[in-house]
Ligand binder design. Structure first.
Ligand code: AKG
Ligand code: FE2
Length: 339
């Protein structure tokens, strides 16, 4: 299977990639970024693959407007915080079930440990997850923050802060790309929810019978995904085929959520993805979701100066609609908002 970040895909470099190098506000040192673009979604999407070690490859052929759907940025000096988060996540999942169940999700609840995603694709769900809300600070519910391993809460706290910092850098870059004031985009995300999804996909000797997470697109604004190990699993849908996203050491995968698609009036696309399970090796990921809205509404940024392609909708109605989307059905709630 062709991977979206394979060399064969590296010739579709967009304007946005070029801007990643040019924008001083992003403050990502050149050496940490190699730009590569991948034809995710409609073929114009952008991927920045974080190398972190080698020389930065300059964008080769700036072309069309940058719509970035999938982006990797490397370490940014966060290494100790990232490493601690990875270690503690693995240690948590290795605990006996009774320990993990001290923070078990309650009936009808969202936060906590358990099996959070139910597939409708006729396959067995093969994952365990811990979901906790980390921002706003006042909404933290420490009942669901594991006390084992002992440094876990501190790791989550520090990682939460760093992921918000990274989000603001990315949003500044996106604002430049979109031609709006940075504050316009930042304001849509500032003070909104930040939620952690920690996932473990154990190996399965019959991988074709199980699924880690079924086909879906993310419902929040921005997703920052960190792979703890290099087991393959994440796949992106493009042109009716599934493409594996190969993990790059020291890199995040940044995924555009449906709310960001609406905010950008469809310029950035939210992509369908799913998680397959490996026959031999387990896989662990740390996923951070950043929520966004404009004065309680999900709608295109008026500052874009464009005719809105999606109708405005209240936040709670949006989440009701998105949650009702059936995993694995390949339908997106935001498509029903299109004018
Ligand atoms: O674990 C992964 O690679 C992806 C998880 C994911 O898609 C999600 O949490 O929304
Ligand atoms: Fe996802």
């Amino acid at each position: 299977m062709e991977g979206i970040n394979d060399d064969s895909n590296r010739d579709i470099i967009t304007e946005a990639a070029a801007m990643a190098f040019a924008d001083p506000h992003l403050q990502i040192p050149d050496r940490y970024i190699r730009a590569a673009a991948a034809g995710v979604g409609d073929g114009e999407s952008l991927e920045l693959a974080g190398g972190g070690h080698g020389e930065a490859a300059r964008p080769r052929a700036p072309g069309g407007r940058g719509r970035f759907a999938w982006l990797c940025v490397s370490e940014l000096g966060l290494l100790p915080v990232i490493q601690k988060m990875k270690d503690n996540t693995v240690q948590f999942f290795e605990l006996p079930l009774e320990d993990k169940n001290t923070v078990a999700v309650r009936p009808g609840g969202i936060e906590g440990f358990g099996h959070h995603f139910r597939s409708s694709a006729g396959k067995l769900d093969w994952a365990e997850n811990l979901i906790v809300q980390t921002q706003p600070f006042q909404q933290r519910n420490l009942e669901f923050w594991p006390s084992k391993p002992p440094t876990f809460r501190d790791s989550i706290d520090k990682y939460a802060m760093e992921m918000w910092n990274l989000t603001t850098r990315l949003l500044r870059f996106m604002a430049s790309d979109l031609g709006v004031e940075q504050e316009t985009l930042l304001a849509a995300f500032r003070g909104k929810r930040q939620t952690f999804g920690l996932h473990r996909y154990p190996p399965c000797r019959h991988p074709e019978k199980v699924i880690g997470i079924s086909l879906h697109s993310d419902g929040f604004g921005l997703t920052l995904l960190l792979q703890v190990n290099d087991t393959l699993g994440l796949q992106v849908s493009k042109d009716g085929r599934w493409h594996p996203v190969r993990p790059l050491p020291g890199a995040f995968i940044v995924n555009v959520g449906e709310i960001l698609e609406v905010l950008t009036n469809g310029r950035y696309k939210s992509v369908f993805h799913r998680v397959a399970v490996d026959a031999e090796r387990g896989r662990v990921t740390v996923v951070v979701f950043q929520d966004a809205c404009i004065n309680g509404l999900v709608k295109p940024l008026p500052e874009l100066g464009e005719t809105p392609r999606y109708r405005a909708i209240g936040k709670s109605e949006y989440f009701k609609g998105h949650t009702a989307e059936v995993l694995g059905q390949g339908e997106r709630f935001i498509d029903t908002l299109k004018k």
